[in-house]
Design a protein around this ligand. Structure first.
Ligand code: ATP
Ligand code: MG
Length: 332
Protein backbone atom coordinates (compact mmCIF):
# COMPACT_ATOMS: atom_id res chain seq x y z
CA UNK A 1 0.00 0.00 0.00
CA UNK A 2 1.30 3.44 -0.90
CA UNK A 3 1.95 5.86 1.95
CA UNK A 4 -0.12 8.54 0.26
CA UNK A 5 -2.54 7.93 -2.56
CA UNK A 6 -4.93 10.28 -4.31
CA UNK A 7 -7.77 8.60 -6.18
CA UNK A 8 -9.84 10.59 -8.65
CA UNK A 9 -9.59 13.71 -6.52
CA UNK A 10 -11.95 16.51 -7.51
CA UNK A 11 -12.19 19.93 -5.96
CA UNK A 12 -14.73 22.52 -7.10
CA UNK A 13 -15.33 25.96 -5.59
CA UNK A 14 -18.67 27.72 -5.83
CA UNK A 15 -17.91 31.35 -6.57
CA UNK A 16 -19.93 34.38 -7.71
CA UNK A 17 -18.43 34.00 -11.18
CA UNK A 18 -19.49 30.37 -11.38
CA UNK A 19 -18.12 26.99 -10.41
CA UNK A 20 -14.34 26.73 -10.48
CA UNK A 21 -13.35 23.14 -11.13
CA UNK A 22 -9.85 23.54 -9.79
CA UNK A 23 -8.93 19.85 -9.60
CA UNK A 24 -10.42 17.08 -11.75
CA UNK A 25 -9.75 13.34 -11.52
CA UNK A 26 -6.27 13.62 -10.07
CA UNK A 27 -4.79 10.26 -9.09
CA UNK A 28 -1.25 9.78 -7.84
CA UNK A 29 0.67 7.78 -5.30
CA UNK A 30 3.72 8.41 -3.19
CA UNK A 31 5.85 6.05 -1.13
CA UNK A 32 8.23 6.55 1.78
CA UNK A 33 11.60 7.90 0.75
CA UNK A 34 10.30 8.95 -2.68
CA UNK A 35 9.83 12.35 -4.25
CA UNK A 36 6.92 13.27 -6.46
CA UNK A 37 7.00 16.48 -8.46
CA UNK A 38 3.73 18.21 -9.29
CA UNK A 39 4.26 20.65 -12.16
CA UNK A 40 2.17 23.09 -14.14
CA UNK A 41 1.72 26.76 -14.91
CA UNK A 42 0.01 29.20 -12.60
CA UNK A 43 -3.60 28.26 -11.87
CA UNK A 44 -3.26 24.59 -12.88
CA UNK A 45 -4.49 23.36 -9.50
CA UNK A 46 -1.24 22.42 -7.78
CA UNK A 47 -1.81 24.32 -4.55
CA UNK A 48 -5.47 23.30 -4.36
CA UNK A 49 -4.39 19.65 -4.70
CA UNK A 50 -1.77 20.08 -1.97
CA UNK A 51 -4.12 21.93 0.39
CA UNK A 52 -6.88 19.36 -0.14
CA UNK A 53 -4.57 16.56 1.01
CA UNK A 54 -4.50 18.30 4.39
CA UNK A 55 -8.20 19.15 4.33
CA UNK A 56 -7.40 22.84 4.07
CA UNK A 57 -9.85 23.54 1.24
CA UNK A 58 -12.86 22.30 3.20
CA UNK A 59 -15.63 24.88 3.35
CA UNK A 60 -19.31 25.45 2.64
CA UNK A 61 -18.38 26.59 -0.86
CA UNK A 62 -16.15 23.64 -1.69
CA UNK A 63 -17.13 20.30 -3.13
CA UNK A 64 -14.55 17.58 -2.72
CA UNK A 65 -14.86 14.12 -4.25
CA UNK A 66 -12.53 11.17 -4.56
CA UNK A 67 -10.10 9.86 -1.96
CA UNK A 68 -6.93 10.95 -0.23
CA UNK A 69 -5.57 7.82 1.39
CA UNK A 70 -2.85 8.07 4.02
CA UNK A 71 -1.81 4.52 4.90
CA UNK A 72 -5.21 3.49 3.57
CA UNK A 73 -7.21 5.94 5.69
CA UNK A 74 -9.34 8.37 3.69
CA UNK A 75 -8.65 11.94 4.75
CA UNK A 76 -11.47 13.38 2.62
CA UNK A 77 -14.08 11.88 4.92
CA UNK A 78 -12.07 12.06 8.16
CA UNK A 79 -13.66 14.28 10.83
CA UNK A 80 -11.96 17.65 11.21
CA UNK A 81 -10.84 16.86 14.78
CA UNK A 82 -8.92 13.78 13.62
CA UNK A 83 -7.55 15.60 10.62
CA UNK A 84 -6.25 18.40 12.82
CA UNK A 85 -4.36 15.88 14.91
CA UNK A 86 -2.69 14.44 11.85
CA UNK A 87 -1.92 17.73 10.09
CA UNK A 88 1.70 18.65 10.56
CA UNK A 89 2.42 15.51 12.58
CA UNK A 90 1.95 12.99 9.76
CA UNK A 91 1.75 15.32 6.78
CA UNK A 92 3.77 18.54 7.01
CA UNK A 93 3.51 21.42 4.62
CA UNK A 94 5.79 24.24 3.62
CA UNK A 95 3.62 26.92 2.11
CA UNK A 96 4.21 28.99 -0.96
CA UNK A 97 4.63 32.24 0.95
CA UNK A 98 6.70 31.89 4.11
CA UNK A 99 6.04 35.45 5.27
CA UNK A 100 2.32 34.78 5.55
CA UNK A 101 2.86 31.57 7.50
CA UNK A 102 5.46 32.89 9.95
CA UNK A 103 4.27 35.23 12.66
CA UNK A 104 6.03 38.56 12.10
CA UNK A 105 6.10 39.48 15.81
CA UNK A 106 7.81 36.40 17.18
CA UNK A 107 11.41 35.33 16.95
CA UNK A 108 11.92 32.35 14.68
CA UNK A 109 13.46 30.24 17.46
CA UNK A 110 10.36 30.75 19.57
CA UNK A 111 8.09 29.75 16.68
CA UNK A 112 10.06 26.59 16.00
CA UNK A 113 10.20 25.79 19.73
CA UNK A 114 6.40 26.13 19.90
CA UNK A 115 6.09 23.67 17.03
CA UNK A 116 8.37 21.27 18.94
CA UNK A 117 6.28 21.70 22.10
CA UNK A 118 3.07 21.05 20.19
CA UNK A 119 4.52 17.70 19.26
CA UNK A 120 6.54 16.54 22.27
CA UNK A 121 6.29 17.16 26.02
CA UNK A 122 9.56 18.94 26.60
CA UNK A 123 10.66 21.89 28.68
CA UNK A 124 10.94 25.34 27.08
CA UNK A 125 14.70 25.11 27.43
CA UNK A 126 14.87 21.73 25.68
CA UNK A 127 12.52 22.98 22.94
CA UNK A 128 14.76 25.99 22.35
CA UNK A 129 17.82 23.74 22.15
CA UNK A 130 15.95 21.58 19.64
CA UNK A 131 15.03 24.72 17.66
CA UNK A 132 18.72 25.62 17.43
CA UNK A 133 19.48 22.10 16.16
CA UNK A 134 16.66 22.27 13.62
CA UNK A 135 17.92 25.65 12.40
CA UNK A 136 21.38 24.16 12.07
CA UNK A 137 19.94 21.14 10.27
CA UNK A 138 18.38 23.28 7.56
CA UNK A 139 21.69 24.96 6.87
CA UNK A 140 21.16 28.39 8.42
CA UNK A 141 24.54 29.82 9.43
CA UNK A 142 25.21 30.75 13.10
CA UNK A 143 22.07 29.06 14.43
CA UNK A 144 22.72 30.18 18.04
CA UNK A 145 22.44 33.80 16.94
CA UNK A 146 19.75 33.36 14.26
CA UNK A 147 17.40 31.65 16.67
CA UNK A 148 16.57 35.14 18.03
CA UNK A 149 15.95 36.76 14.64
CA UNK A 150 12.52 37.96 13.52
CA UNK A 151 11.22 36.70 10.16
CA UNK A 152 11.75 40.07 8.43
CA UNK A 153 15.44 39.97 9.32
CA UNK A 154 15.95 36.93 7.10
CA UNK A 155 16.18 36.60 3.32
CA UNK A 156 13.47 34.75 1.37
CA UNK A 157 15.64 31.64 1.11
CA UNK A 158 16.37 31.67 4.84
CA UNK A 159 12.69 32.04 5.65
CA UNK A 160 11.98 29.01 3.49
CA UNK A 161 14.54 27.12 5.56
CA UNK A 162 12.83 28.25 8.78
CA UNK A 163 9.53 26.93 7.41
CA UNK A 164 11.18 23.63 6.60
CA UNK A 165 12.67 23.48 10.13
CA UNK A 166 9.20 24.08 11.62
CA UNK A 167 7.68 21.35 9.51
CA UNK A 168 10.49 18.94 10.47
CA UNK A 169 9.98 19.69 14.18
CA UNK A 170 6.94 17.42 13.95
CA UNK A 171 8.81 14.65 12.15
CA UNK A 172 6.19 14.09 9.43
CA UNK A 173 5.94 11.01 7.19
CA UNK A 174 5.13 13.20 4.21
CA UNK A 175 6.37 16.71 3.58
CA UNK A 176 4.54 18.81 1.00
CA UNK A 177 6.67 21.67 -0.26
CA UNK A 178 4.53 24.02 -2.30
CA UNK A 179 6.80 25.89 -4.62
CA UNK A 180 9.72 26.13 -2.26
CA UNK A 181 11.26 27.92 -5.19
CA UNK A 182 8.94 30.66 -6.42
CA UNK A 183 10.12 34.21 -5.84
CA UNK A 184 13.58 32.89 -5.08
CA UNK A 185 16.49 33.13 -7.46
CA UNK A 186 17.64 30.04 -9.31
CA UNK A 187 20.67 29.36 -7.10
CA UNK A 188 18.55 29.60 -3.95
CA UNK A 189 15.92 27.34 -5.56
CA UNK A 190 18.53 24.70 -6.24
CA UNK A 191 19.89 24.96 -2.70
CA UNK A 192 16.44 24.53 -1.13
CA UNK A 193 15.75 21.45 -3.24
CA UNK A 194 19.13 19.99 -2.38
CA UNK A 195 18.37 20.63 1.28
CA UNK A 196 15.04 18.81 0.95
CA UNK A 197 16.78 15.88 -0.74
CA UNK A 198 19.36 15.67 2.06
CA UNK A 199 16.69 15.88 4.77
CA UNK A 200 14.76 13.17 2.96
CA UNK A 201 17.77 10.87 2.93
CA UNK A 202 18.19 11.47 6.68
CA UNK A 203 14.56 10.96 7.64
CA UNK A 204 13.11 8.69 4.93
CA UNK A 205 10.11 10.99 4.58
CA UNK A 206 8.13 11.15 1.37
CA UNK A 207 8.30 14.46 -0.47
CA UNK A 208 5.65 16.08 -2.63
CA UNK A 209 7.26 19.02 -4.38
CA UNK A 210 5.08 21.53 -6.20
CA UNK A 211 6.66 23.78 -8.82
CA UNK A 212 6.07 25.53 -12.14
CA UNK A 213 9.57 24.62 -13.14
CA UNK A 214 9.95 21.27 -14.83
CA UNK A 215 13.74 21.78 -14.76
CA UNK A 216 13.73 21.91 -10.97
CA UNK A 217 11.48 18.85 -10.79
CA UNK A 218 13.52 16.94 -13.37
CA UNK A 219 16.53 16.89 -11.08
CA UNK A 220 14.83 15.84 -7.89
CA UNK A 221 11.68 13.83 -8.50
CA UNK A 222 11.25 10.06 -8.85
CA UNK A 223 7.74 10.56 -10.19
CA UNK A 224 6.33 13.50 -12.12
CA UNK A 225 2.74 14.64 -12.50
CA UNK A 226 2.06 17.40 -15.05
CA UNK A 227 -1.16 19.37 -14.57
CA UNK A 228 -2.92 21.72 -16.94
CA UNK A 229 -6.14 23.59 -16.09
CA UNK A 230 -6.93 21.30 -13.18
CA UNK A 231 -6.25 18.00 -14.92
CA UNK A 232 -3.34 15.63 -15.17
CA UNK A 233 -2.12 15.65 -18.76
CA UNK A 234 0.90 13.40 -18.26
CA UNK A 235 2.33 11.40 -15.39
CA UNK A 236 4.87 8.69 -14.77
CA UNK A 237 8.39 8.08 -13.56
CA UNK A 238 10.97 10.78 -14.15
CA UNK A 239 12.46 8.81 -17.04
CA UNK A 240 9.07 8.41 -18.66
CA UNK A 241 7.92 11.99 -18.29
CA UNK A 242 11.19 13.86 -18.65
CA UNK A 243 13.06 11.37 -20.83
CA UNK A 244 10.18 10.27 -23.07
CA UNK A 245 7.57 13.03 -22.81
CA UNK A 246 4.62 12.72 -25.15
CA UNK A 247 2.03 15.36 -24.24
CA UNK A 248 2.45 18.62 -26.22
CA UNK A 249 2.17 20.60 -22.97
CA UNK A 250 4.99 18.62 -21.31
CA UNK A 251 7.06 19.01 -24.49
CA UNK A 252 6.42 22.76 -24.31
CA UNK A 253 7.48 22.90 -20.66
CA UNK A 254 10.64 20.96 -21.48
CA UNK A 255 11.49 23.32 -24.32
CA UNK A 256 11.05 26.33 -22.10
CA UNK A 257 13.64 25.19 -19.55
CA UNK A 258 16.65 27.48 -19.86
CA UNK A 259 19.81 25.48 -20.48
CA UNK A 260 22.41 26.60 -18.02
CA UNK A 261 25.33 25.52 -20.15
CA UNK A 262 23.91 26.55 -23.53
CA UNK A 263 24.15 29.99 -25.09
CA UNK A 264 22.25 32.31 -22.78
CA UNK A 265 18.47 31.92 -23.27
CA UNK A 266 19.11 30.64 -26.79
CA UNK A 267 16.99 27.48 -26.49
CA UNK A 268 14.16 29.14 -24.62
CA UNK A 269 10.92 28.54 -26.49
CA UNK A 270 7.97 29.55 -24.35
CA UNK A 271 4.58 27.90 -24.92
CA UNK A 272 2.48 30.39 -26.93
CA UNK A 273 -0.53 31.97 -25.22
CA UNK A 274 -1.44 31.77 -21.58
CA UNK A 275 -3.37 29.33 -19.37
CA UNK A 276 -7.17 29.63 -19.52
CA UNK A 277 -9.41 31.07 -16.83
CA UNK A 278 -10.73 28.37 -14.52
CA UNK A 279 -14.33 29.63 -14.78
CA UNK A 280 -14.24 29.60 -18.56
CA UNK A 281 -12.29 26.58 -19.74
CA UNK A 282 -12.06 25.78 -23.47
CA UNK A 283 -14.19 22.75 -24.41
CA UNK A 284 -12.52 19.40 -24.96
CA UNK A 285 -8.84 19.37 -24.22
CA UNK A 286 -8.24 22.64 -22.33
CA UNK A 287 -4.80 22.91 -23.93
CA UNK A 288 -6.02 22.75 -27.55
CA UNK A 289 -6.06 26.54 -28.23
CA UNK A 290 -2.32 26.66 -27.48
CA UNK A 291 -1.39 23.34 -29.03
CA UNK A 292 0.51 23.07 -32.32
CA UNK A 293 -0.76 19.49 -32.78
CA UNK A 294 -4.44 20.28 -32.20
CA UNK A 295 -7.11 18.92 -34.54
CA UNK A 296 -10.78 19.98 -34.64
CA UNK A 297 -11.74 16.90 -32.59
CA UNK A 298 -9.55 18.16 -29.72
CA UNK A 299 -12.21 20.77 -28.98
CA UNK A 300 -14.88 18.10 -28.51
CA UNK A 301 -13.93 15.58 -25.84
CA UNK A 302 -11.81 15.81 -22.74
CA UNK A 303 -9.06 13.30 -23.54
CA UNK A 304 -8.78 10.19 -21.37
CA UNK A 305 -5.53 9.65 -19.52
CA UNK A 306 -4.27 6.54 -21.30
CA UNK A 307 -1.56 4.22 -20.15
CA UNK A 308 1.37 4.18 -22.59
CA UNK A 309 4.06 2.59 -20.40
CA UNK A 310 4.39 0.75 -17.07
CA UNK A 311 3.63 3.90 -15.06
CA UNK A 312 3.35 6.36 -17.93
CA UNK A 313 -0.02 7.96 -18.70
CA UNK A 314 -0.81 10.60 -21.27
CA UNK A 315 -4.01 12.49 -22.11
CA UNK A 316 -3.55 13.32 -25.79
CA UNK A 317 -5.61 11.67 -28.54
CA UNK A 318 -3.21 13.01 -31.21
CA UNK A 319 0.22 12.02 -29.91
CA UNK A 320 -0.93 9.08 -27.77
CA UNK A 321 -4.02 8.01 -29.74
CA UNK A 322 -4.28 4.40 -28.67
CA UNK A 323 -3.38 2.61 -25.57
CA UNK A 324 -1.87 -0.89 -25.52
CA UNK A 325 -3.73 -1.28 -22.24
CA UNK A 326 -7.21 -0.33 -21.16
CA UNK A 327 -7.82 3.27 -20.13
CA UNK A 328 -7.94 3.99 -16.43
CA UNK A 329 -11.36 5.45 -16.50
CA UNK A 330 -13.49 7.11 -19.15
CA UNK A 331 -13.57 10.88 -18.74
CA UNK A 332 -16.48 13.27 -18.81
N1 ATP B 1 -10.72 29.22 -2.52
C1 ATP B 1 -10.87 29.33 -3.83
N2 ATP B 1 -12.03 29.74 -4.38
C2 ATP B 1 -12.20 29.83 -5.70
N3 ATP B 1 -11.25 29.53 -6.60
C3 ATP B 1 -10.07 29.13 -6.15
C4 ATP B 1 -9.80 29.00 -4.74
N4 ATP B 1 -8.52 28.56 -4.58
C5 ATP B 1 -8.03 28.43 -5.82
N5 ATP B 1 -8.93 28.76 -6.76
C6 ATP B 1 -8.77 28.68 -8.21
O1 ATP B 1 -8.38 27.36 -8.54
C7 ATP B 1 -7.46 27.33 -9.60
C8 ATP B 1 -6.21 26.58 -9.22
O2 ATP B 1 -5.50 27.35 -8.26
P1 ATP B 1 -4.14 26.88 -7.60
O3 ATP B 1 -3.83 27.86 -6.55
O4 ATP B 1 -4.22 25.46 -7.19
O5 ATP B 1 -3.09 27.02 -8.80
P2 ATP B 1 -1.53 26.71 -8.79
O6 ATP B 1 -1.30 25.63 -9.77
O7 ATP B 1 -1.08 26.46 -7.39
O8 ATP B 1 -0.94 28.08 -9.34
P3 ATP B 1 0.41 28.88 -8.92
O9 ATP B 1 1.50 28.24 -9.69
O10 ATP B 1 0.12 30.28 -9.35
O11 ATP B 1 0.58 28.76 -7.44
C9 ATP B 1 -7.20 28.79 -9.96
O12 ATP B 1 -8.02 29.12 -11.05
C10 ATP B 1 -7.63 29.54 -8.72
O13 ATP B 1 -8.06 30.83 -9.03
MG1 MG C 1 0.19 27.44 -6.15
Amino acid sequence: MALLELRDLEVAFRTREGIVRAVNDVSLSLDRGRTLGLVGESGSGKTVTALTILGLTRSEQTEIAGEVLLDGVDLVTLPESELRDLRGRRVGMVFQDPLSSLHPMYRIGWQIAEAVRAHERVSKKAARARAVELIRGVGIPSPEARVDAYPHELSGGMRQRVMIAMALALDPDVLIADEPTSALDVTVQAQILELLARLQSETGMALLVVSHDLGVIAEHADEVVVMYAGRVVEQGTRDEVIGAAIHPYTLGLLESIPHVDGPRMAQLTPIPGSPPSAVDLPPGCAFHPRCTYARPSCAELVPALLRVGPDHRVACPVLAPTSPLTPDKPRR
